[in-house]
Design a protein around this ligand. Structure first.
Ligand code: PHE
Length: 451
């Protein structure tokens, strides 16, 4: 990033590729490797995958373009950006609420994200010390259950991860991250290819393939729609101003549409590869696809236990996953930090600490729901962790996405949005952002509410 001395957000990514890399870093994370497979597993496999892909194209992509366009035009934090652009088009400054809403959603996401990233740190250490080698499927499962039952372990790793995230944000070592991402991302792909290849050869590929890709209309229920739409927003990091914040650093000459398409493709690819690495093992070892958040943690170690060099491969996998989670969590915390800095005039250090402390505290509820508060059920059936993960992702992000779509499609004047996009794509984008995305979100919410 090039730095400038001015107070407004004048920093810029050094090139189109630097931006694509950072945005991919934000998009690719636990959502792809950990959440996508288990959500697909609990929501009928192919039904979920299909709706997720459709939501990515019809809602995720146009909203991502909208957020980046808003960020680049305003070059401010999400709240101020919405206020400035609303005023520019003759509307009320109240649109700034969308920025606050998004930042709050991201804070909640960060709270559970850190808990799960903590699991990855623990598993990294376990893999490196050879704990999994030679284990069979039921031993791996038992290990997982045992691990979850210890609140102190979970708390330790959750704390470590929050410190890692806030540490980077306080220092603002984005430059270093930009460089590291260049190596880590391709390495993550390579290792996922390897794991998928192992699973395809050794596992039950045929059943996994049918499970993930068979077209199956009856399975598509309103709750599948909600889950898939929420996950599409989550995985692309849209609906909360996270992309808007990165968009504020995008140079004028960058073609937003191409960048967004590259990011989304790379993102979906990681999810599909993860599915292919996990499900053949699930079926070959008679595990249940709908076992929920533990899915990745009880399947991949089986592969590490049996592959030659599994200790090394397992360790590498968890390092890369952790890194992917880290680049995402920085993007999760950054908008709230910038907003607090700009609006409450706090220092970067203070706002980062405040955001970290809040996310840490809220995250404790999530981690206790696996042990001490296991019996606590909200709305009669959900654990605190379920609510903390699905509430912000399935409800808050799509509402945010709807607000950004209405803002960019209806509130902003056409003369302000048009110059930001290539003239060939502008009409298509405008149609999607005015009609398809908002109606899509509304229809999905309404069907869920009334069916
Ligand atoms: N996209 C990230 C993931 O898939 C999560 C994320 C959501 C990051 C929202 C930033 C903003 O893991």
């Amino acid at each position: 990033m090039k730095k400038s001395t001015e107070k407004t957000l004048q920093d810029q990514w050094s090139s189109k590729w630097a931006f694509i890399l950072a945005a991919t870093g934000a998009a690719v994370g636990l959502g792809n490797v950990w959440r996508f497979p288990y959500m697909a597993g609990t929501h009928g496999g192919s039904a979920f995958v299909l709706v997720y892909l459709v939501c990515i194209i019809l809602i995720g992509l146009p909203v991502m373009i909208a957020e980046i366009l808003i960020g680049r035009r305003a070059r401010q934090n999400p709240v101020s950006a919405m206020e400035t652009l609303a005023k520019e088009s003759g509307h009320t400054k109240k649109w700034g609420v969308v920025g606050w809403w998004g930042a709050a959603a991201l804070l909640l996401v960060l709270s559970f994200y850190s808990v799960v990233s903590g699991w990855s740190i623990a598993y990294l250490l376990r893999s490196a010390s050879g704990t999994f080698s030679g284990m069979n499927a039921s031993q791996v499962s038992n290990f997982w259950q045992h691990f979850l039952s210890s609140p102190w372990q979970l708390l330790t790793w959750h704390t470590v991860f929050i410190c890692l995230t806030i540490g980077v944000i306080v220092r603002g070592v984005q430059e270093g991250l930009e460089k590291a991402t260049k190596f880590m991302m391709p390495a993550l792909y390579a290792i996922l290819f390897l794991l998928a290849a192992y699973a395809i050869i050794e596992g039950d590929f045929r059943q996994a393939f049918h499970f993930l890709f068979d077209f199956n209309l009856e399975q598509i229920t309103p709750s599948v729609f909600i889950a898939a739409m929420g996950h599409a927003c989550f995985t692309l990091a849209v609906g909360a101003g996270a992309m808007l914040t990165y968009g504020a650093y995008v140079p004028k000459r960058v073609n937003i549409t191409t960048a967004v398409c590259v990011v989304a493709t790379l993102d979906v690819l990681v999810a599909i590869l993860s599915g292919l690495a996990i499900f053949p093992l699930v079926f070959a070892h008679h595990l249940t696809p709908n076992m929920g958040p533990g899915l990745m943690f009880v399947t991949l170690p089986i592969a590490f236990a049996n592959i030659p060099g599994g200790t090394l491969i397992g360790s590498l996998f968890f390092i890369l996953l952790l890194f992917a989670a880290w680049t995402s969590s920085i993007n999760l915390a950054e908008p709230m930090v910038v907003i607090l800095m700009n609006r409450l005039k706090l220092s970067r250090k203070k706002s980062a600490m405040l955001v970290g402390a809040l996310a840490w505290f809220i995250g404790i509820g999530s981690l206790l729901s696996f042990n001490v508060w296991k019996q606590v059920k909200l709305f009669h059936k959900f654990t605190i962790f379920d609510v903390a993960t699905n509430g912000p992702t399935d409800i808050m992000l799509p509402i945010g996405a709807l607000a950004f779509a209405l803002f960019a499609g209806w509130a902003m004047k056409k003369k302000f949005t048009r110059p930001e996009l290539h003239r060939k794509v502008f009409p298509t984008w405008r149609f999607l952002i005015r009609y398809v995305a908002p109606i899509g979100v509304l229809v999905i919410f309404l069907t869920r509410a009334f069916l």
